[in-house]
Write a protein that binds this ligand. Structure first.
Ligand code: SF4
Length: 335
């Protein structure tokens, strides 16, 4: 049975910054700050559904910079969540915050309230890109915060963006490489989406910024996904959630509601193309892929199957339950 998490969006409140891409009001789809009562209500609903459990269900505070919130308010939210963890309904709390809003003191408060995972919005490991996007912290801040989080025994999550103002695919790859060297427990990758009412929106409208297109972001993010996968680092999110009013505030950039599927499809297509390079085209083949990834391997609207056919390869793609993620086997088929 699928386990239930509780996700509570804490909007822009408490954040003294104005990053080039950020309009928290648009991203979270709500401007209202949740109250302790809202936290209890959300937890009660999950408890009644009987799907949450102490092994892997979490109460997650997302959307802003949790540790930058006014302290009394932050503690009121954590206090509301605590009985549900002590009661065995959830395993802990997950928060996201900025790298420069982490120190030993705040970590000891988070520990007391059973926070188990801290995700850092790092976005880039290039100081120049961070500066140009008004992040207000450096790559060194990310490294320092990551180390403190890990030393204090929390799980570490790192979030990055591709195609930011001033970035390049190479800088994005370097960010992924720098993340890998920090050994995070999980990663999120967000291709930059340009929203109305943001500094990036103004740069885009004035022609000073050309955002990454979907066509550019998919192969790059597929490559990053493979880099993390090879290093056994789970990418728990790829592309913005299609919640709130992202579509309404959208100006430009790589947004697709099934972005991850597009990237995974790209990985399978590359693997198949490279495997077929040395095989005779006169022959028909069966390509086996992990069973759970069959539709991704075929590609959206069977795009991958068509691409193979277009270069003269006759093949049928089939699922095999014994194959691991991104593994493929090719067999000759009797014609
Ligand atoms: S730090 Fe986070 S919440 Fe604050 S402006 Fe930047 S992206 Fe938005």
């Amino acid at each position: 049975m699928k386990h239930a998490n509780v996700s509570i969006f804490v909007p822009h409140i408490g954040c003294p910054h104005a990053c080039s891409f950020c309009d928290q009001k648009t991203i979270t789809g709500t401007a209202a700050a949740p109250t302790a009562e809202d936290v209890r209500r959300a937890c009660d609903i999950a408890v009644k559904s009987k799907k949450c459990n102490a092994e892997n269900s979490e109460i997650a505070f997302f959307g802003g910079s949790f540790t930058a919130i006014e302290r009394e308010y932050m503690v009121s939210l954590l206090t509301a969540a605590l009985p549900y963890i002590e009661g065995g309904f959830f395993c802990g709390v997950r928060i996201s915050t900025r790298p420069d809003c982490i120190d030993e003191e705040i970590l000891s408060v988070l520990k007391k309230y059973r926070v188990t995972t801290i995700e850092l919005g790092a976005q880039s490991m290039s100081d120049e890109v961070l500066l140009q996007n008004r992040r207000g912290h450096t790559a060194a801040d990310v490294r320092t915060a990551a180390q403190k989080i890990q030393e204090a025994g929390f799980s570490l999550g790192l979030q990055m963006m591709t195609g930011l103002y001033g970035s390049t695919p190479d800088l994005d790859r370097k960010t992924a490489q720098a993340f890998i060297s920090l050994h995070p427990d999980c990663v999120r990758i967000y291709p930059t989406v340009v929203l109305e009412h943001t500094a990036l929106g103004a740069l885009y409208k004035s022609g000073k910024y050309t955002p990454q297109t979907l066509r550019e972001a998919v192969p790059l993010c597929a490559e990053l996904l493979e880099m993390f996968s090879k290093n056994h680092i789970p990418v728990i999110r790829l592309g913005l959630h299609s919640v709130g009013n992202v579509e309404d505030g959208y100006l430009a950039g790589a947004y697709h509601p099934a972005f991850r599927e597009l990237c995974e499809g790209e990985i399978y297509l590359r693997k198949m193309l490279s495997a077929f390079e040395d095989l005779p085209k006169s022959q028909a083949y069966t390509v086996e892929v992990p069973k759970k990834s069959l539709s991704k391997a075929k590609g959206q609207q069977k795009r991958n199957e068509k691409a193979l056919r277009n270069i003269g390869i006759q093949c049928t793609i089939k699922g095999n339950e014994f194959l691991k993620d991104y593994e493929i086997h090719i067999k000759e088929t009797e014609v």
